[in-house]
Design a protein around this ligand. Sequence first.
Ligand code: V47
Ligand code: SF4
Length: 388
Amino acid sequence: MPSPVAFDVDRLRDPALRPIAEKVRAGERLTREDGVALFRSHDLFGVGAMADAVNRARHGDVVTFASNQHINPTNVCVLRKTCAFCGYARLPKEDGAYRYTLDQVLAEAAHAADGLTREFHIVGGLDMQAGLAYYDAMFRALKANFPHVHIKALTAVEIAHIARIEKMSWSEVLVALREAGLDTLPGGGAETFSAAVREQIAGKKLGGADYIGVHRAAHQLGIRSNCTMLYGHVESFEERLEHLQMLRDLQDETGGFLAYIPLAYHPDDNELGKRLGRQGTSTTGFDDLKNLAVGRLFLDNFAHVKSHWIMVGQAVSQVALHFGVNDLEGTVVREKIYHAVGARTSQSMSLDDLLRLIRGAGKLPAERDSFYRTLRTFDGPTPAVAAA
Ligand code: V47
Ligand code: SF4
């Protein structure tokens, strides 16, 4: 349950937020209706100030990041025609389709030889040729070559896909992959859980209840995971809260989630963007900050809320550090999935740039491992904004 938090209710401009702020102050859990009211309010600073108070009570001024490397081993996906928001997947014979060999994965992973990379984030398509043996061999080889690097790999949707093609249960697949080197699961594949939304944007994809089921199975085996929500497409505020409620309920049950990451929908180069006539118009800064702040306030049983600067840009991510966010997606090397759908941000950020961004917000950067244990802090004066 949340703890009481010092907060000056007089800072709010929107009277509708007052009863919610009283709950935040008293350490009372917010209802779905409260969550919808937070989304409806135009008092962004009021919502942000509440999220900031809750975040500071947990983490003070510390902002964490992990040095990670994204590897996307295959873009071949059986759902290519049905996930309307995806610009990354290809059918097996389509132009641009690829599936890495083990050597290609190792060549890509070779960046980690610098000793700085601490995590491989490995996700790809639902490829009929990428079953248990493919990932088993990959994880074993990565662990043999880079024993110090954590493997965060395969979304719930990919776990369920491997289970289906191998005729195994989710838990059997998870146990086998853990044997091979899997450490944690990333949060992708959640999209928006509402059946009505899924029907419109990802009709054939694993449903919300099953996404939760795979994460429950992982948590029961002691495998921690992240979770996400894709927002800014066709979903309503009520549907966002339905989604957040399912995440909060599982966290109450297992405590297995490490972090929540809202993902801003990018409308370029995908069917959904064309259908909605939204190409070239990504989510607004207002909605990006709201999603992060509401995540912090509603998911009171989550320690970490992460902003993904590749999706919302470095500027919004920096401001988000005062809207409830305590973690930034790290010094990612070669991101592909969002750059296939119009993300204009850089594909990686250097350590220096990340430190500058965090310090420029008056925060204290700390490099963490994949379980959020601090690895190193960065002492020294915080540069003034003008010099940052
Ligand atoms: O599930 C696909 C999203 C997700 C688009 O766990 C899109 O630490 C926006 O979940 N616009 C996968 N998003 C990535 C993901 C993730 C990223 C960073 C860190 C972690 C973590 C997880 O990418 C997919 C989907 O929701 N995605 N297409 C698009 N057009
Ligand atoms: Fe395949 Fe994932 Fe893209 Fe859907 S979002 S088409 S499951 S790669």
